[in-house]
Design a protein around this ligand. Structure first.
Ligand code: RB5
Length: 158
């Protein structure tokens, strides 16, 4: 798989480490920054990765900040993005099985390196279960379209 990865300063070191692990497993990593531990703003990196997943350029994305919260808030603003904040193995597995999550968000200040590696491996290796969960994803898409349409109506009227 082609995986876009991004982090702010709090997630930079973990991003570097996880990128190596993911490449060793055999996936292709597209690093969208940041490139050092100097302070930056997480929305900028979440936007780059989420945009690329939203428009289908890359199948999956991984975003790392201090808690993973800021990254997930931003990423879920993008169409077709299902970003899951997973700081434990169970949610990492379930986010794939039930939600077909296409972006994984991790908190570098919440979990250790060992757990982060396991979370990423689990998330990359777990397939979407489909079946009854498919119609729920269709409902998410429907809601997304409704929100976009109502926003367009407001723009048209103003
Ligand atoms: C940066 O200090 C921190 O706020 C950021 O990494 C993240 O945790 C935000 O959600």
């Amino acid at each position: 798989m082609k995986i876009a990865i991004g982090a702010d300063h709090a997630g930079y070191e973990l991003k570097e480490l996880l990128s190596k692990v993911i490449t060793e497993i055999g996936h292709e990593i597209i690093d969208m920054g940041t490139g050092s531990s100097c302070s930056v703003d997480y929305p900028d990196y979440a936007e780059s990765v989420a945009k690329a997943v939203s428009d289908g350029t890359y199948e999956r994305g991984i975003l790392i900040c201090g808690t993973g919260i800021g990254m997930s808030i931003v990423a879920n603003k993008f169409k077709n993005v299902r970003a899951a904040l997973c700081n434990d193995l169970f949610t990492a597995k379930m986010s794939r099985l039930h939600n077909d999550a296409n972006i994984l968000c991790i908190g570098a200040r919440v979990i250790g390196i060992g757990l982060a590696k396991e979370i990423v491996e689990t998330w990359l290796n777990t397939p979407f279960e489909g079946n009854r969960h498919l119609k729920r994803l269709e409902k998410i898409n429907f809601i997304e379209r409704k929100v976009i349409n109502s926003e367009n109506e407001v723009i048209k009227r103003s």
